[in-house]
Design a protein around this ligand. Structure first.
Ligand SMILES: Nc1ncnc2c1ncn2[C@@H]1O[C@H](COP(=O)(O)OP(=O)(O)O)[C@@H](O)[C@H]1O
Ligand SMILES: [Mg+2]
Length: 371
């Protein structure tokens, strides 16, 4: 077990070793969120008490979760993640909760099954097909009281779905469902007072502390579970960078995080030093950009050397050099507006390496793009 605690910054150490039960670690980009999460895992894991419940480290993608577990093992040794202590994706926690509800017969699955095969999505499954938003109805899972059932719902987001009732229900009878179905059932269970009490008791009985890395990736259900854990008296650590908040991923609701932190009286620990920005210039630019001050990375004379030029406002793009071909991916419907930040518009420069006469390409493509 190597000691890296001495290399932590003061802010990192204060966050990782906090004795508070609800903490929010507000981290700048590249400031070591996963490092602090791994550090805190061991601090709570080896707290001198008689609590035999698990420390639960949560992240949102399999790769992020694998990275978090690797860091925990590197920092604390392999026994850090010995049973019952565990790192898992939050989707795996949803599956664990649903399986508990089925095994305890609090919720009943078609055919009385208690073991499920949970798919990432329906793509490639029998009778599943791509459905666009305009393609009418698809079959979806429901919780009717405490029984799992199905109903037809409009396709409100394009994707792979099973359209027909009998096809969908035969998947369910075989124990097959998608993560989206599990999320729906757990969220519906939390809205049922009796089932919510069972989930609360499950969390309280099994888990001493929850550590959530990248909390701004959490959706409504994830945050409801984090909230429930806090209500049940578990130690709850949420770590995130509000500047890395993306709405589209798994229905993430980064806008709900500040409200939860405030309503739950989470103690905030800022972790501000970035290890991503290694030079003084990079640090200064990052600080200016975050404070909303104008930042220029290149003079107009350097523009021809750039591969990509970013600008926050469309009107700023018109004065740049001829060799820059403007492409915009901004649309009213998909713009992220978080803490006043909007996605930049993108200018792609056809630099000398493209081997194409940039002026000619601009003249050919520009009118169509602008139109
Ligand atoms: N106190 C520290 N001293 C030196 N390097 C650090 C420190 N904290 C984090 N790092 C390094 O910074 C990089 C980013 O850390 P990481 O925990 O992955 O950040 P994040 O999860 O915020 O992206 C890693 O290479 C990590 O080893
Ligand atoms: Mg990380």
């Amino acid at each position: 077990m190597t000691s890296t605690r001495s290399r932590l910054t003061c802010e990192q150490r204060a966050a990782a070793t906090s004795a508070e039960r609800r903490i929010y670690i507000n981290a700048a980009p590249g400031s070591g969120k996963t490092t602090v999460a791994a550090e805190r895992f061991g601090v709570l894991r080896w707290e001198p008490d008689d609590d035999l419940r698990r420390i639960l480290a949560l992240s949102f993608t399999r790769s992020a979760c694998a990275e978090l577990c690797t860091r925990i093992r590197q920092r604390w040794g392999r026994t850090a993640l010995s049973w019952p202590h565990v790192g898992m994706t939050i989707d795996a926690l949803h599956c664990e909760i649903l399986t508990y509800l089925l095994r305890t017969e609090a919720v009943s699955w078609p055919g009385g099954l208690t073991e499920l095969t949970v798919l990432d999505n329906w793509r490639g499954q029998k009778a599943a097909r791509w459905m666009a938003e305009s393609m009418g109805y698809r079959r979806a899972i429901t919780l009717d009281g405490t029984a799992v059932g199905t109903r037809g719902i409009p396709v409100n987001r394009a994707g792979h779905y099973v359209g027909k009732k009998e096809d969908f229900e035969s998947h369910l009878r075989a124990g097959r469902c998608a993560h989206e179905d599990v999320r729906h059932l757990v969220l519906a269970s939390l809205k049922n007072a009796e089932l919510k009490a069972i989930i609360a008791e499950f969390l309280r009985a099994t888990t001493k502390a929850v550590i959530v890395d990248e909390v701004f990736d959490a959706n409504e259900l994830d945050l409801a579970l984090v909230w429930l854990a806090a209500e049940e008296g578990l130690s709850v650590t949420v770590i995130g960078d509000p500047w890395q908040a993306l709405y589209d991923f798994r229905g993430a609701r980064p806008d709900l995080v500040p409200g939860m932190v405030e309503a739950g009286a989470f103690t905030t620990y800022p972790v501000s030093r970035s290890f991503r920005f290694t030079t003084d210039t990079m640090r200064t630019v990052a600080e200016k950009a975050r404070s909303g001050a104008p930042v220029s990375l290149a003079t107009s004379a350097d523009i021809a050397e750039c591969d990509v030029v970013l600008a926050r406002k469309w009107k700023d793009l018109w004065d740049v050099a001829d060799c820059v071909l403007p492409l915009s991916f901004g649309r009213l419907a998909n713009q992220t507006d978080y803490y006043g930040l909007r996605w930049p518009r993108v200018l792609v420069s056809l630099g000398p390496s493209s081997g194409v006469g940039t002026g000619a390409v601009s003249r050919l493509i520009w009118p169509r793009l602008v139109g």
